[in-house]
Structures are given as structure tokens and as C-alpha cells.
Design a protein around this ligand. Structure first.
Ligand SMILES: Nc1nc2c(c(=O)[nH]1)N[C@H]1C(S)=C(S)[C@@H](COP(=O)(O)OP(=O)(O)OC[C@H]3O[C@@H](n4cnc5c(N)ncnc54)[C@H](O)[C@@H]3O)O[C@H]1N2
Ligand code: MOO
Ligand SMILES: [Mg+2]
Length: 396
């Protein structure tokens, strides 16, 4: 049986490039930037007044002068003024251009203004104080955001300020999510005693939504002909397919044979892990087919542990791997890697993973009590409180 690392490597060797599209910048949150964002001008673009107050010529202060006649007002949004008499001052507002002929700003708090004269109430004053000088942050042409960054609110501000109303981003793949099984009914249906609702399909839709992928979903019953016919069409119409169920050893677990009959090359079936051992993965015409085991937590963790990295590499961004401190001893005997559900607590500034007790991979409701999974290595059976392990987060 293939290891978690080998399975992941196989999947990462089969990433796809979905191309680039140009979209309105405000629609780009969560998407992967496919161009460098350059400064269209210096940051700030002019000597920017950083405090409300007065602007003077520092040399007069140096000469011991404290009273300055107010010559005018420089507001933010007004063209740069020139102070005509060098020993005067101009009232200046935060965000305004520093008036020509001035070099230092004094806050209103340090000035008394009476009868048109400002008296500076400071003993010392640094030249250039309270001025955010032109180009101090970045210069025109500097790269502000590098290609392949996943866009957050921080990037949106930068994109907006350089005047890019549209941006190039990685296209998202067309994905079909298929649930399988005769026991499954729709969300708006009342299941009979032997039935359940097809929740995994929607968990997957939501997990992909987090990646800004708008996936479609369908359901196929445990009927080999139906499976073959519908999946045959999906293989033509979509970039990748995600399945939940029908990959284990049951009489109606037709998926592996159906996929192979349709010409999907099996790259592995079964991974040395729990949950999610019967995971099947294959490709046809470079298109990936992820067939996740049907137990809800198996589907869930496999999507996070394999589909997410596949999508990240396909789109060109890196998923950051976190590590957390195990908050309690764990014993796990089988020779399998173990994705342990944990809740995160912050203790003394460290992320501590508290194991969440559940009833195995069928215990769908236990997912809401956890924040993610820690990946425990196959070789170890006794895991000790205080050790650190990689963490796959699904809740912030
Ligand atoms: N003899 C063996 N039996 C099983 C093994 C094994 O190694 N030998 N592996 C077990 C493990 S581990 C898992 S995981 C499951 C995987 O089963 P399948 O992928 O074949 O999935 P199904 O049989 O279709 O369903 C399993 C379980 O999951 C529920 N399910 C399926 N789809 C959905 C959905 N969309 N929403 C909610 N729940 C779903 C289904 O009702 C079943 O309860 O096999 C074990 N058996
Ligand atoms: O390993 Mo299965 O994926 O536990 O239910
Ligand atoms: Mg089965």
C-alpha cells in the first residue's frame, strides 16, 4: 500500500494548468494573481503631510524664532502652495502636499495660534518632522505584489491604489463532484429509515468554495451502467472529477472498475492512512479523478490533504503548512498514518492541539467540534503531549 507521502507526490506530479483570465479587481479576493503588480508612481507620490498643524522652514526655528505668521492653509486635495515669505508658516492638513518652501511640520498640539500668528511650544524640533517623504515606502516601478500571491484584502488595497480595475488571475478548474449510493437522498427530502442525505457532496462543494472554485454536483445510484454513462460524459466536460463513495470492497463499490473501463488510468488505490484508506486516484488525458472513500470524515480529510495541495500547485500558490503542539498523549497502533481531529487552543502564545473524541470516520457531527487534523506519522504508535506535528486547518 502506498504511503501518504507517495500518494501526495503522485497527485502533485499530475497537476494541471488552467490558464489565466482577467477579471474585475474586486472579484479577485481569494484568487491567485497571475501578474506582478507594479507601483504606478512613488509611494507616497508627493511629500505628504502626516499631521494636522503648521509647516515651517526649519532654519528659522534653529535661529531661535518661535512665532510664525500664518500665511494660508494647505488642505488635502489642494494643489501645492508656495510659501511666499520664508519665515512665515502655512497651516497644513494630514494628506496634503507639503507646501513649497517649507520642510518641517509641527502638530497643532505643539502650537498656539492667536491673531494670525502661530507660536511653537517646543524646545527642540527635528528638521523634516511629520513628513512622509515622496517615495519613502516604494518607488515607481517597484513590484508591490508578486505573481502567484493569493489575493487578500491587503492586496486589494494595493491593486486599487495603482489603478488596476482588472487583474489577471489563475482560471479555476471546471469540477464535477459526484456522490454515489442507493442510500442517499437530497437535502430537501425526508429520508426513509434506511436512507441518509447526501451530505458529502455538499461538504465538498463548500470545501472547494473556500478555494473560490464553483463546482457542480450530481448524484449517481449504485448502477454500473448509469455510472459508466454519466461519468463518461463528465470526463469529457470537466477538468477534474471528485467522487465520494463506492471505492471500498463492497458488492456495489463499482467505481474503481467503472473508472478503469472508461480509460482512467489508476495511479493508486488505497493509502496507508486513517481515515480514508480506500482512496482511489487516476488520470485520463491529464485530467485528475479523485475518488474519495464515502465515510464523511474520509471524504473531508482527503479533500484537504490531497485535493487542496493539487489545486494550489496547479494554480501556482503555496499552501502554508502550520505545525502545532500536541496537547495530550495519543496512542494509535495500526501501521497507518493518522489524521487526528483536533481543536486548537492558544496557550502561552502557542497553538496547542486538543484531540477531539469521535466515533470514527462515519461520525460526521464530530467535524464541527474540531478545527482541523494533525498528521501523525505511520511509524509512531505512542504520541506524546508536547510533540509538534503538521496541522491541516479548516477553521480559523
Ligand atoms: N471489507 C471492508 N470494508 C470496508 C473497508 C475495508 O477496507 N474492507 N474500508 C472501510 C472504509 S475505511 C471506508 S472509508 C469505507 C469506504 O467506503 P466506500 O468508499 O466504498 O463508500 P460507500 O460504501 O459508498 O459508503 C461508505 C459510507 O459512507 C456513506 N456515504 C457515502 N456517500 C455519502 C454522501 N455523499 N454523504 C453522506 N454519507 C455518504 C455511506 O452511506 C456509507 O455509510 O468502507 C469501509 N468498508
Ligand atoms: O478509513 Mo475509512 O476512511 O475510516 O472510514
Ligand atoms: Mg463501500
Amino acid at each position: 500500500m502506498i504511503s501518504v507521502q507517495e500518494a501526495l507526490q503522485t497527485i502533485l506530479n499530475n497537476t494541471q494548468d488552467f490558464g489565466v483570465e482577467e477579471i474585475p479587481f474586486l472579484k479577485s479576493v481569494g484568487r491567485v494573481l497571475k501578474e506582478d503588480i507594479l507601483a504606478d508612481r512613488d509611494f507616497p507620490p508627493f511629500n505628504r503631510v502626516a499631521m494636522d498643524g503648521i509647516a515651517i522652514n526649519h532654519r528659522f526655528f534653529e535661529q531661535g524664532i518661535r512665532d510664525f505668521k500664518v500665511e494660508g492653509v494647505q488642505a488635502a486635495g489642494a494643489k501645492q502652495k508656495t510659501m511666499s515669505i520664508a519665515s512665515n508658516c502655512i497651516e497644513v492638513m494630514t494628506g496634503a502636499v507639503l507646501p513649497e518652501n517649507t520642510d518641517t511640520v509641527i502638530r497643532y498640539e505643539d502650537v498656539a495660534i492667536e491673531n494670525g500668528t502661530a507660536t511653537i511650544q517646543l524646545d527642540t524640533l527635528e528638521k523634516g518632522k511629520n513628513i512622509h517623504t515622496k517615495g519613502k515606502d516604494r518607488n515607481q516601478g517597484d513590484v508591490l505584489v508578486v505573481k502567484n500571491t493569493r489575493i487578500t484584502a491587503a492586496e486589494i488595497g494595493v491593486i486599487a491604489t495603482v489603478g488596476k480595475s482588472t487583474v489577471k488571475v489563475a482560471k479555476t478548474p471546471r469540477i464535477m463532484i459526484v456522490s454515489t449510493g442507493d442510500e442517499l437522498v437530497e437535502v430537501n427530502e425526508i429520508p426513509e429509515a434506511h436512507q441518509i442525505r447526501r451530505s458529502n457532496a455538499f461538504t465538498l462543494v463548500a470545501l472547494l468554495e473556500e478555494l473560490k472554485i464553483k463546482a457542480e454536483t450530481a448524484h449517481i445510484t449504485d448502477d454500473k451502467e448509469q455510472l459508466k454513462e454519466k461519468i463518461g460524459t463528465y470526463l469529457e466536460e470537466y477538468d477534474a472529477l471528485l467522487f465520494s463513495g463506492a471505492v471500498s470492497k463492497g458488492k456495489f463499490d463499482y467505481l474503481p472498475e467503472v473508472l478503469e473501463e472508461l480509460g482512467v488510468e489508476k495511479l493508486f488505490h488505497r493509502v496507508a492512512q486513517r481515515p480514508g484508506k480506500p482512496f482511489w486516484y487516476g488520470i485520463r488525458n491529464e485530467k485528475s479523478v479523485f475518488a474519495f472513500p464515502g465515510n464523511p470524515i474520509s471524504t473531508y480529510v482527503n479533500c484537504l490533504a490531497y485535493f487542496y495541495p493539487w489545486f494550489a500547485k496547479s494554480s501556482g500558490f503555496e499552501l502554508k503548512e502550520e505545525t502545532v503542539i500536541l496537547g495530550g498523549d495519543v496512542s494509535f497502533k495500526p501501521s497507518l498514518a493518522y489524521f487526528l481531529q483536533v481543536r486548537i487552543e492558544v496557550k502561552y502564545g502557542h497553538l496547542v492541539a486538543i484531540p477531539v473524541k469521535g466515533n470514527g470516520s462515519g461520525d460526521l457531527a464530530s467535524l464541527v467540534r474540531a478545527d482541523g487534523f494533525i498528521r501523525l506519522p505511520k511509524e509512531q504508535t505512542e504520541l506524546k503531549k508536547g510533540e509538534t506535528y503538521p496541522f491541516i486547518r479548516y477553521r480559523n
